[in-house]
Write a protein that binds this ligand. Structure first.
Ligand SMILES: Nc1ncnc2c1ncn2[C@@H]1O[C@H](COP(=O)(O)OP(=O)(O)OP(=O)(O)O)[C@@H](O)[C@H]1O
Ligand SMILES: [Mg+2]
Length: 220
């Protein structure tokens, strides 16, 4: 699903990623752990095509058979919208919109018809235990509920690959536990691939594979 070779990243003079090699198979749940500042978020942003690797070093970066560097900005945005889902520590829901509207946004960007998008959004919200929360706005939802809405939003276009950066960093331990179980349930049910950056040891250890980053590299 992901093949990345020799990924480097600089911020000015700061060499943050120092040659990351990574292979992730379809349906795998991979966790990435490491000290603060090790480069986890930077790597996830690059793997998620939200940022670009350094062009100074020669790299290979393929998702689902597509060489990412071959895509122009427009093609890349389309690829991201159709194939990738994102879950962040702060859910980044739009406050003016209801749960169902937030979930539908990536589908509207993909030009899915409104009733089709809403049908899928309802299925996801039901699956996530939010059947009675369709029309609540984010500030009328608990933290765990907001995070599940964000998960539904990440899933609406049926992405093959989901990136999560500290998805449970902001949740109490019970909501965190439920969210973690949900990732595995989703993988089992829909076959999605997950790459999860986390400081949560339990979540990291539940993954099929745990990768550790130290000073801009993955230690194997
Ligand atoms: N946009 C940026 N400009 C300059 N430096 C940056 C930028 N983004 C990250 N850095 C630096 O790159 C290094 C790695 O940052 P990154 O956010 O990837 O760490 P992290 O492993 O995700 O840490 P944490 O666990 O605290 O989230 C840090 O030293 C950070 O200060
Ligand atoms: Mg980070």
């Amino acid at each position: 699903m992901i093949q990345a070779k020799n990924i480097h990243k600089y911020f000015g003079d700061l060499h943050v990623l120092k040659g990351v090699d990574l292979n992730i198979k379809k349906g795998e749940i991979v966790s990435i752990v490491g000290a603060s500042g090790a480069g986890k978020t930077t790597l996830l942003q690059i793997l998620g095509t939200l940022d670009k690797p350094s062009s100074k070093e020669k790299n290979d970066f393929i998702i689902n058979g597509t060489s990412i560097s071959s895509l122009n900005d427009k093609a890349l945005a389309k690829f991201r919208n159709e194939h990738l889902g994102f879950i962040f520590q702060f859910h980044q829901l739009l406050p003016e919109f209801t749960a169902i509207e937030n979930v539908c946004i990536p589908a509207y960007i993909k030009k899915t018809k409104r009733n089709e998008a809403e049908k899928r959004a309802k299925e996801l919200l039901d699956f996530l235990g939010l059947k009675d929360r369709y029309h609540h706005k984010p500030n009328e939802l608990s933290g765990g509920e907001q995070q599940r809405v964000a998960v539904a939003r990440a899933l609406i276009n049926n992405p093959e690959l989901i990136f999560a950066d500290e998805p449970s960093g902001n949740l109490d331990s019970e909501s965190a536990e439920n969210l973690h179980q949900l990732f595995f349930k989703l993988r089992d049910e829909f076959g999605q691939t997950f790459v999860i950056v986390t400081h949560n040891q339990e979540l990291a250890d539940m993954a099929d594979r745990k990768l550790t980053m130290v000073d801009g590299k993955i230690i194997y």
